[in-house]
Design a protein around this ligand. Structure first.
Ligand code: SF4
Ligand code: SF4
Length: 446
């Protein structure tokens, strides 16, 4: 079969060999867990508990009436000891619920398995919302919103994103190998929600063992396993949709505009566990890796566990890290402190040595055009970054800065080592602010 791909992109060294052959390990539970009330795109939640309350594993502790939001559940049983602002991986400080673990791991009495075939398809999104499921590839977009497209958007294809194209990351790879039945069930539930049969699991060619395993298991389910070319950012939603279906999501559009829903591997298993065991989203798989880590591996971690605890419990640092990133090296967020909790979108803790973290000196642009050739969104990074530096946001908008997916391909390919993605990210934030203000003013004018 030909390997599927998209136009543009780059080929960084994937560095997956440090963890991809090792089985997922269960991380010991910590004594204190921290649950920020905002772990998703959309409205933050409000606490439903107060200091001194007893909670169970799976108790809903925060929620919001907003549609684009997702509730938060305690990942352990214990007592609420504080509700206070705490640092989170984005660098912000967010109101957080602190729970002291009683280590009994008692389940909330409301938790019960549910046969999805006994539920009306239209009721699936509300059940997924109630379980707090969001995109676990890092985007943290509430999954029930994806499962509730506008009535004029007819979904005919569901793709499970098994590309995991970011270097170093291997948590999705291990999930595909170790819990394929959960993955397949999650996909079947989504297909059932839309009343369709066209399901795909799309995997990069560097995970040949997962492709072989899932091909065997999916044949009898009528699900297609697609082999993707190893290229970054193959797991970008638009790039993946094009690779699998040859449909192009318009600039500023959504996958539903071309009849597709894309879900991450672990998001899919979270949906399955909601029905198999009645469990809300309270744990995730985290890749702990990088030259500074003594024993790199994937860990099953309770959401709310702090990063410094994880590092200490898993063998600590081999050498002092120069840089710690939550997520992969291309799109992850650099951390300035390690007392931040694992949240729903935390796919990896990448601890880089001085050599690994080295940032080359910037030189002048030589107008070679490589950043343009490799941009998977068809943008002109050299101009956009320049406009951003000049604070010319009108031109940034004209050159579609908001379509940038911040993949970093332009910076990666630039022979002058220009810090293109940093400039573009800054400019994009400004332009988004301008657009929001314009929309608010238009609304008020009506
Ligand atoms: S401009 Fe944006 S989308 Fe294009 S390569 Fe650079 S970071 Fe990626
Ligand atoms: S790749 Fe770098 S040097 Fe080449 S045109 Fe783009 S910004 Fe300029």
């Amino acid at each position: 079969m030909p390997k599927l791909t998209f136009k543009g992109g780059v080929h960084p060294r994937d560095n997956k060999e440090y963890t991809c052959m090792k089985e997922i390990r269960e991380l010991e539970q910590p004594e204190f867990l921290v649950f920020p009330v905002s772990q998703h795109i959309g409205a933050p939640c409000e606490p439903l508990v107060k200091k001194g309350d007893r909670v169970y594993r799976g108790t809903k502790i925060a929620d919001s009436p907003a549609f684009v939001s997702a509730p938060i559940h305690s990942s352990v049983s214990g007592t609420v000891t504080a509700i206070e602002p705490r640092p989170v991986p984005s660098g912000q400080t967010v109101n957080s619920i602190v729970v002291q673990n009683d280590f009994t791991d008692e389940l909330d009495p409301s938790i019960k398995p549910l046969d999805y075939t006994t539920v009306k398809p239209d009721d699936i999104p509300a059940l997924v919302r109630e379980a707090g499921v969001v995109g676990m590839g890092g985007a943290t977009f509430p999954t029930h919103v994806k499962l509730s497209p506008a009535p004029d958007k007819k979904i005919d294809t569901v793709i499970v994103n098994g590309a995991e194209c970011e270097p170093y990351l291997s948590s999705d790879h291990r999930v595909m190998l170790e819990t394929p039945e959960e993955l397949i069930l999650g996909l079947k539930i989504i297909l059932y929600r839309f009343g369709i049969t066209n399901g795909h699991i799309a995997i990069e060619e560097n995970k040949a063992d997962a492709i072989a395993l899932l091909e065997g298991q999916c044949a009898r389910e009528g699900i297609t396993v697609d082999t993707l070319k190893k290229k970054y950012p193959q797991g970008g939603e638009k790039q993946l949709i094009y690779a699998v279906t040859k449909r192009k999501v318009p600039l500023g559009g959504l996958p539903a505009d071309v009849g597709v829903v894309v879900v991450n591997v672990d998001t899919c298993t979270a949906i399955a566990r909601r029905f198999m065991y009645g469990l809300p989203l309270t744990r995730r798989i985290v890749t702990l890796v990088g030259g500074a880590i003594a024993d790199p591996c994937n860990y099953r971690v309770r959401i709310g566990t702090q990063v410094d605890y994880i590092i200490e419990k898993t063998g600590g640092f081999a050498v002092e890290p120069k840089k710690v990133i939550m997520g992969g090296p291309m799109m992850g967020q650099a951390q300035f402190r390690l007392d931040v909790p694992i949240i729903k979108g935390s796919s990896a803790i990448l601890c880089l040595t001085e050599k690994e973290a080295e940032l080359p000196e910037e030189g002048p642009c030589i107008r070679c055009g490589r950043c343009v050739d490799h941009c998977p969104m068809g943008l002109m990074p050299l101009y956009i970054s320049q406009f951003s530096r000049m604070e010319d946001y009108e031109s940034c908008e004209k050159y579609n800065i908001t379509a940038c997916i911040e993949c970093g391909c332009c910076s990666f390919e630039c022979p002058a080592k220009r810090h293109l993605v940093q400039d573009i990210r800054r400019g994009k934030q400004e332009v988004m602010g301008i657009i929001r203000a314009r929309q608010a003013a238009q609304k008020e004018g009506k």
